[in-house]
Design a protein around this ligand. Structure first.
Ligand code: F6P
Length: 357
């Protein structure tokens, strides 16, 4: 008999269900006697003992379904050691629920914050296997996270559609892509859709360089310019501020997001007709693309294999197209960001794409 607890934590993404289905199918194909405890809304479910019993049937027909059948929520790692409003020790509560249900292991699907807590639970003695989800693709230790490729498809389509209307009206269009800390999604969607300027958090921009690029395109006869801008894009001036100074400045921030600020600055310094489009959470919604369905299923299958063998304390991931396992302590707390020297950035620059630097 195997007793498996499962939860999805943090911002959702496509293929969470496909990944869970992969785990459950691979285990139930090998072993009949399995109990699955689905904790609801992420770590909250584990803390407060809120779970539902699931069988193989619950994982049938969900390969293509977006979202997560378990629900999700954010439980910030920095608050995990702080008691809740009723004085409950959250880490102790999670451990107690794990032992009370006599679980063999926890399967945790999540991104960066989720992995820090998963590693903490491992340090506390629980058996944990994790799967890397996030549209940001910013988890260290894996070349790819599931959800990313689908989000690239969605953001690319948004920019593709903007191209035709930008051309008709001769406008400068800014499409804001998700990603507060890293620019993988913006970089890939921007390149896939032929954006002229790509702004990402890792490469601070100079507004004059952006305007120079638009002028250059106009002089060459282009009627329009497309900017793919990450939510977390930052100007050179802001990047030079200390954390404290930046926080202070943001208290009086007048814009809904960085794209509107960039649009205003372009308008102040030129006569271009500028528009902003924010696809927002559409990038996280709907059915996973075929790549993510296969990838999440492969990861689920590998996680199932580890559980059957009783090998715990790993995140499953992919390196050079091979599914691998990485020790959780190596993954937790590390971000995989875009380096300004990365070959993909150099290649994009060779194509004439400006990063505003
Ligand atoms: O981490 C995934 C992500 O979609 C980021 O790209 C984005 O900045 C953030 O989550 C949005 O979070 P929320 O859904 O809480 O608004």
């Amino acid at each position: 008999m195997k007793r498996i607890g499962m939860l999805t934590s943090g911002g959702d993404c496509q293929a969470l269900n496909a990944a869970m289905r992969g785990v459950v199918k691979s285990i139930t194909n090998a072993e009949r006697d399995v109990e699955i405890y689905g904790f609801l809304e992420g770590y909250k479910g584990l803390i407060y003992g809120n779970f539902t019993m699931l069988t193989g049937k619950d994982f049938s027909g969900i390969l293509t379904k977006g979202g997560t059948i378990l629900g999700s929520s954010r439980t910030p790692f920095k608050l995990i050691r702080e008691p809740d409003e009723n004085g409950l020790d959250k880490v102790e509560a999670m451990k107690q629920n794990y032992y009370k249900l006599k679980l063999d292991c926890l399967v945790i699907l999540g991104g960066n914050g989720t992995h820090k807590t998963a590693n903490l639970l491992r340090e506390e003695g629980l058996n944990v296997v994790t799967l890397p989800k996030t549209i940001d693709n910013d988890l260290w230790g894996t070349d790819m996270t599931f959800g990313f490729q689908t989000a690239v498809d969605i953001a690319t389509e948004a920019i593709d559609r903007i191209h035709t209307t930008a051309d008709s009206h001769g406008r400068v269009f800014i499409v804001e892509v998700m990603g507060h800390k890293v620019g993988w999604l913006t970089l890939n969607a921007g390149m896939a859709s032929g954006a002229d300027i790509i702004l990402i958090p890792e490469i601070p921009y100079d507004i004059d360089k952006i305007i120079d690029k638009i002028h250059e395109r106009t002089e060459r006869g282009s009627k329009f310019t497309i900017l793919a801008v990450a939510e977390g894009a930052i100007s050179k001036e802001d990047a030079s501020l200390s954390k404290k100074e930046y926080k202070e400045k943001m208290k009086n921030y007048a814009y809904p997001s960085v794209s509107y600020e960039i649009a205003d600055k372009i308008r102040e310094k030129s006569d271009y007709d500028v528009r902003v489009t924010v696809p927002g959470h559409t990038q996280r919604g709907g059915s996973p693309c075929p790549y993510d369905r296969v990838f999440a299923s492969r990861l689920g299958s590998e996680a199932g294999k580890l559980i059957l063998k009783g090998e715990y304390g790993f995140m499953v991931g992919i390196k050079n197209r091979e599914i691998i396992k990485v020790p959780l302590e190596e993954v937790a707390g590390k971000l995989k960001s875009v380096s300004a020297d990365a070959s993909i950035v150099k290649e994009a620059k060779m194509l004439g794409i400006s990063f505003g630097d």
